[in-house]
Design a protein around this ligand. Structure first.
Ligand SMILES: [Zn+2]
Length: 275
């Protein structure tokens, strides 16, 4: 059984055509079907500009649909060498962070285009499913905790897009191991101001975030003893997941793994910089 956040539905606010096809997007065949379905949907909801390439005339074009499919990872488990944060939790990712995903994430997160959630939610759902299965949490009551946004980002955006996406992704999961239940828990918050991670090196990113996250007081009893999937849109060095996992463990979480939509391709693989 899968339990979503109250009120969150895979097809919430979505054209019925898409809701029918979005759920089983964990397979490549269904992902292909999803693409055309979301295309029809986004045409209806946000006509004028493709959310992937910004070309006028379509909400989600065929070219972006095909390009998105090519970003899918063969194996969703992220090799620790792909991340530079040494203590990052075991992490699963749907795909690589290339175009058109980069633009989709940008318009979704920074331009307020919440109508592109139906493109992203099935990808996060597939990653989430792989994480729960990979962690061996069949039969467990699993918390799905969004990585915390900085206070400035919340002020700028006026809402928490990742929380909304996590709720929709959980609602889209239909292939969780038998008996596993998923509950979205906005348990993490940032407790101090941090610098923008963009432009920082991996060591600077880690130092910027140490001690920045904490489990909200009201969620500590819920987190204690529970397995947690920490979710984010994109993982770069793993420092955000590392800090989130640290705070969750500090609050007594039984175990923590990560699930993200995409992983950034590293320009300088860790092996090259090893001493
Ligand atoms: Zn396009």
């Amino acid at each position: 059984m899968v339990v979503a956040t109250a009120g969150a539905r895979c097809d919430r606010g979505v054209h019925p055509l898409v809701s029918r096809l979005a759920a089983p997007a964990a397979t490549s065949a269904s992902l292909a079907r999803l693409g055309s379905a979301t295309g029809a949907l986004l045409d209806l909801m946000a006509p004028g500009e493709c959310a992937g390439c910004r070309r006028p005339g379509a909400g989600w074009c065929r070219r972006c649909e095909l390009a998105l499919g090519r970003l899918r990872r063969a194996g969703p488990r992220v090799d620790p060498d792909e991340l530079s944060a040494g203590a990052a939790p075991p992490t699963w990712a749907w795909g690589a962070y290339g175009e058109p995903l980069r633009t989709v994430v940008t318009v979704w997160k920074d331009e307020g285009r919440r109508d592109v959630e139906p493109v992203l939610a099935p990808l996060l759902a597939a990653s989430l499913t792989a994480a729960v299965a990979g962690a061996g949490w069949s039969g467990r009551a699993v918390l799905v905790v969004p990585a915390p946004s900085s206070r400035s980002a919340v002020r700028r955006r006026g809402d928490a897009p990742l929380l909304s996406l996590a709720g929709r992704a959980v609602a889209c999961v239909d292939r969780a191991p038998p008996g596993a239940s998923l509950r979205v828990a906005p348990a993490l918050q940032q407790v101090r101001q941090v610098a923008d991670q963009a432009g920082l090196g991996s060591d600077q990113r880690a130092a910027n975030l140490v001690g920045a996250a904490a489990v909200r007081h009201g969620w500590r009893a819920v987190v204690a003893g529970r397995p947690v999937v920490l979710v984010d849109d994109v993982v770069t060095t793993g420092s955000t997941l590392t800090e989130g996992a640290r705070a969750l463990h500090e609050a007594g979480a039984a175990d923590v793994v990560g699930a993200v939509v995409a992983v950034t391709r590293r320009r300088h693989p860790r092996a090259v910089t090893r001493r």
